[in-house]
Write a protein that binds this ligand. Sequence first.
Ligand code: SAH
Length: 199
Amino acid sequence: MDFWDDAYRTTPPWDIGRAQPAFIDLVRNRELNPGRVLDVGCGTGENAIFLAQNGYSVTGVDVVQDAIRTAKAKAASRKVKVEFRDGNALGLEFEEGEFDNVTDSGLFHTFQDPDRSVFAREIARVLREGGKYFMLCFSEKEPTDWGGPRRVTRREIEETFSPRFKINYIRDSSFATRIHDKGGMAYLTSATRLAKLST
Ligand code: SAH
């Protein structure tokens, strides 16, 4: 995970010091289930802190210990209760069905193909039946001239998260970064954890 550790030696382009506007809208529209939220790849915690400020019981997980330290310090100085811990989204240390929601701002689009299915299985495992997954990723409409993470297609999202999830929508959205004036072209996905198959 050297790449991610290195990324946090300076302020990375995604670390905008506030919650993603797309997540602010989700809260405003009351799209999350009440209760617990797991924010995977939480970085320095802005989205997790924002969710906690809005009444959710939030746990944030990231592979970079420095990012987790920063997130904890921010939550403490803003007097917000969030549980931040280091951990790998591809092998989550949580029980089955613990969470009512999983949020993902910019993690899924960093995975290589083989990890995508591992990740989908993991978040399905920690979500209860009816639990919701919200994911913001760069879409194929975002130009590739500046590099950055993978661009993701609707079809790839559908293929990865079915059949464990019902896809509620995959919507054009925007990713706020430190290098885009008006945000990057993104997809916001909402998906609901289906009942486990009895077989
Ligand atoms: N959600 C944050 C960070 C997005 S960048 C924000 O919106 O600011 C992607 C984040 O995922 C980075 O913080 C990186 O350290 C983390 N990450 C990458 N691979 C991971 C993995 N396997 N498990 C958990 N976190 C991971």
